[in-house]
Design a protein around this ligand. Structure first.
Ligand code: DC
Length: 208
């Protein structure tokens, strides 16, 4: 079974994907980590994530086993990720690793922006997880403060809005709900409720 989970930043898609993988015994790939690692590598090299040559070189050099899972969670890495992700050459390099992962005979859950539309258009179940801008800002604020980053609500909200616009507005593989994806709005749901709703969607889809 392949489950595709897409949605905007801080929608809860990562948490939902993690619980789905555990419940159904599937491998999990958070595809955002790939773009974050590329963006961070460009920043670490002193480059500009919007610079196509720098981003492409970082994507080609990416070592999946050497990704610093802590440093890629910073807001700077997130913004850089969104910038490198807008470049078709970078997406082309990262496509194969994602498709290979999805081909795992044991099945897989992948979460990102274009899983249901581009990476796994034939996924068995597709979820599009979203939440209001305010709810997503609140969640990301908690996460970043937990990491020791100091940022105020309005600044973060503007950053998230800008990232949404870039992820949805790019020409190549923009963030959008696949026609056959189930919508899961987590605005008013806590983690348990969102997870339970996702389980219901997948269980119902498997019965068909
Ligand atoms: O899910 P995230 O916040 O970790 O993703 C970081 C950025 O990476 C996001 O702003 C857009 C990009 N991304 C993408 O373009 N396609 C994916 N499948 C996953 C992430």
């Amino acid at each position: 079974m392949i489950i595709a989970v897409d949605g905007p930043t801080a929608s809860g898609k990562g948490t939902v994907a993690k619980h789905l993988a555990t419940r159904y015994g599937l491998k999990l790939l958070d595809t955002g980590t790939l773009y974050r690692a590329v963006g961070l590598a460009v920043l670490d090299a002193g480059g500009d994530p919007a610079d196509e040559a720098a981003a492409l070189a970082a994507a080609r050099a990416l070592d999946l086993d050497a990704i610093d899972q802590d440093r890629i969670r910073s807001s700077a890495a997130g913004t850089a990720a969104s910038k490198v992700a807008a470049q078709p050459a970078v997406r082309a390099v990262l496509l194969k690793a994602q498709r290979d992962f999805a081909a795992n005979p044991a099945g897989a859950v992948l979460d990102g922006r274009d899983i249901g539309t581009i990476i796994c258009p034939d996924a068995d179940v597709k979820l599009f997880v979203t939440a209001s801008l305010e709810a997503r800002t609140e969640r990301r604020l908690k996460e970043l403060r937990g990491r020791g980053e100091t940022i105020d609500f309005e600044t973060l909200k503007a950053q998230i809005e800008e990232r949404d616009a870039r992820d949805m507005g790019r020409a190549d593989a923009p963030l959008r709900q696949a026609a056959d994806a189930h919508l899961l709005d987590t605005t008013a749901l806590n983690v348990e409720e969102a997870t339970a709703a996702a389980f219901r969607i997948v269980d119902a889809a498997r019965e068909v």
